[in-house]
Design a protein around this ligand. Structure first.
Ligand SMILES: [Zn+2]
Length: 305
């Protein structure tokens, strides 16, 4: 990945300036009170990038990472940006160990950086998928269950994932307890515009809810899609699942049910930004660090990270 040569990954001052430009396109804004035009505190007495909110406002000090997912981290900003880039640019994701090696940070640090970056990639509220003359494919798959490198104990349970993909549009995927009409309906009706044409397999779990949409087509997997021409297929969602499964099975040996949602968010994010460059995708993820906080208790290392 030649993009790794970018100075923002190696020079703290450039990293900070780049992040400031992403977070504050119109100049620095106080994260405490929202006012503009703070004073930049310069000189050796202050850490670089420190601002003070102005006299008439709250007067508190801040840097660009205050109130973001990168706040209070001892890891240099350049490494945060490099990690964001690596996760944005790797189509199938990246393992915690690989990221740890590439950044030169501990596996523990790599783990919590990745979770923060996934949170940054999480989309805010968006309108429903589909609409008039749009097709939304819905399908389910199962993740996990046959983890390699697991010599002892029973294999982890398979986790059900439902994905909705608008053709030529975005994907949204969800971890569900089990796949049935009762668990799927609330997701389908909340996430898909009723004016859409819904495309699913012939499973009975979609039959009743399918009637709530403008149209509902079904694909018979056993006959194969070509039989019914170009319209009645679920190739879009199947392609999405294929990337997701290769990524999760290849990189993430222990995706626990608790964190699956975050991994899905990561894969959804990359899919939904597939038309931009890796670097542009990194910038979108970097903007997503604002106004979010995460604290995790990771039981196996007994630490709050
Ligand atoms: Zn302020």
């Amino acid at each position: 990945m030649s993009g790794l040569q970018n100075p923002i990954f190696h020079d703290e001052s450039k990293a900070r300036k780049w992040l400031e430009a992403q977070i504050w396109p119109d100049g620095p804004v106080c994260p405490h009170c929202g006012s503009y035009e703070p004073t930049a505190l310069k000189g050796k007495a202050h850490r670089p990038g420190l601002y003070q909110c102005n006299e008439k406002e709250c007067r508190q000090q801040f840097t660009v990472t205050v109130g973001t997912l990168f706040e209070r981290s001892k890891i240099p900003l350049g490494k945060w940006l490099m990690a964001t880039y690596l996760l944005s640019a790797s189509k199938k994701g990246m393992s915690t160990r690989q990221l740890s090696r590439m950044l030169g940070v501990s596996v523990k640090s790599s783990w919590f950086m990745m979770h923060r970056i996934r949170e940054a990639m999480r989309e805010g509220k968006a309108g429903p998928l589909g609409g008039q003359n749009k097709v939304v494919e819905a399908d389910e798959t199962y993740i996990g269950g046959k983890a390699k490198n697991r010599a002892f104990g029973p294999p982890p349970k398979n986790e059900a994932v439902v994905a909705l993909v608008e053709r030529d549009g975005s994907v949204r995927s969800f971890h569900v307890e089990s796949v049935n009409a009762k668990t799927l309906r609330p997701i389908l009706v909340a996430q898909i515009d009723r004016a859409s044409f819904l495309m699913t397999d012939e499973s009975a779990v979609y039959t009743k809810t399918g009637r709530e949409f403008k149209g509902h087509g079904t694909v018979n997997h056993s006959i194969k899609k070509y039989v019914r021409g170009n319209f009645y297929h679920s190739n879009t969602v199947e392609n999405y699942f294929s990337i997701l499964k290769r990524g999760i099975n290849g990189n993430y040996q222990w995706v626990s049910a608790k964190h699956l949602k975050r991994y899905l968010g990561e894969f959804d994010f990359r899919y939904n930004t597939r038309d931009v460059t890796d670097f542009e995708r990194t910038a979108i993820a970097a903007k997503g660090i604002q106004g979010k906080r995460l604290t995790y208790r990771r039981p196996d290392i007994g630490a709050n990270v």
